[in-house]
Design a protein around this ligand. Structure first.
Ligand code: ZN
Length: 383
């Protein structure tokens, strides 16, 4: 009889554990699912085609190849280096679903750090998903994610690590061993994050990529918002003049987008390390994301999609933030359209400088047209 009571106690404990474990498992598995992309004229490849070590790992990710059929240059565009910088990922998805290339080839990766999309930042008030209602009434759900590779997939963070760029990760920087944008140009035998970097590096070399854009966002305190970093080295130092042409074109559309030289000591960052070690002109752009800074309030779809954070409006009004923020917010569609417009003008100016490596596309419209359409019009229904 005593033994029987003992079993009951165990069963109750097990039941109590399952009450928490089952919903947590459902939640965990939902974060691993592949997000669908609407149809367009593209070919899908995987990053593991360029780094074998990624095959069958949670870090392998889709590359959408859109080829105009007209000989020209090759443009590599990626979002999701830092998954919580939502506009970069959505700009990439919008390009994949709408782009009609008219010259050259485009390689587009929406979820570069695929593993980073499977978790969020603990104790940071983040949410897992957000929804966008399309014009036809259907709803598409996207993940928010974390800027680093999931520790479930890459662990532990070593107390000392030196990447192939020579960047030394010590002290408070050790977690950056899971940051794609610190580990370039990667290592096929290194940690999982380095394999992602190696895949990008090999893709650029093998596909003879001429121009690369790495899309990011930053918190309002960050000094490089509405800014494109450019490695100066490409094509006998013509890169900055191409980027300045893009800046000028954007200025004519009333969009500020300054071009800055890549930091000489930005070791391990895409624009520095890949620009120094490949033939590609490397660029990286940033927009303001109101949900990223430490002052952000309640995290919900409204903050992610409409981009209105009163704490940052107040911070600006008190002179605590240099980046101008007004109470109309900075909606996600404006940031997505800004990324796409920058890419459009980079391709145009690159083509002007190198007509033999032309790259051009249609299908998305101007900045104003994209903002008018909204995300509900820009993103396509999944059929
Ligand atoms: Zn970033």
């Amino acid at each position: 009889m005593k033994k029987f009571a003992y079993l009951w106690k165990n069963a109750l404990v097990l039941l109590a554990v399952l009450v928490f474990a089952i919903p947590a498992s459902v939640d965990f598995l939902a974060m691993q699912k592949r997000e669908p992309v609407a149809k367009n004229d593209y070919e899908v490849r995987m990053l593991s085609e360029y780094c074998e070590g990624l095959k069958d790992t949670p870090a392998d990710t889709e590359i959408y190849v859109l080829d105009s059929g007209v000989p020209g240059g090759t443009f590599l565009i990626f979002g999701g280096t830092h998954p919580n910088e939502t506009a970069g990922m959505l700009a990439a998805v919008s390009l994949v679903e709408n782009m009609k290339p008219t010259a050259g080839r485009f390689f587009i990766i929406p979820w570069l750090n695929k593993s980073g999309f499977t978790h969020t930042s603990p104790l940071d008030g983040m949410q897992d998903f957000f929804d966008i209602t399309l014009d036809d009434g259907s709803v598409r759900t996207f993940r928010v994610g974390n800027r680093l590779t999931n520790p479930v997939h890459q662990w532990p963070d070593r107390t000392y690590y030196e990447g192939t760029s020579g960047r030394k990760l010590v002290g408070t920087e050790t977690a950056e061993i899971r940051n794609v944008n610190r580990m370039y140009y990667g290592d096929p035998d290194g940690v999982l994050t380095e394999k992602v970097c190696w895949g990008v590096y090999q893709l650029i070399l093998k596909e003879n990529v001429n121009l690369t854009m790495d899309m990011h966002e930053g918190s309002p305190e960050f000094l490089y918002l509405d800014c494109t970093m450019v490695n100066e080295k490409a094509d006998n130092n013509t890169a900055m003049s191409i980027a300045q042409g893009m800046s000028l074109d954007m200025e004519f559309d009333d969009l500020t987008m300054r071009a800055e030289f890549s930091g000489m000591k930005s070791y391990g960052l895409s624009h520095r390390s890949l620009g120094d070690n490949t033939q590609s002109m490397m660029t990286l752009m940033e927009t303001y994301n109101p949900s990223m800074g430490p002052l952000h309030g309640k995290m919900d779809d409204d903050l992610i999609i409409n981009g209105n954070e009163p704490n940052y409006v107040e911070a600006y009004q008190r002179g605590l933030n240099y980046f101008k923020i007004d109470d109309s917010g900075y909606p996600l569609i404006n940031r997505v359209a800004r990324h796409i417009t920058c890419i459009f003008y980079l391709a145009k100016n690159y083509t002007d400088a190198h007509p033999d490596r032309a790259m051009a596309f249609e299908g998305l419209g101007s900045y104003e047209e994209m903002v008018q359409k909204g995300l509900g019009g820009l993103l396509k229904p999944i059929k």
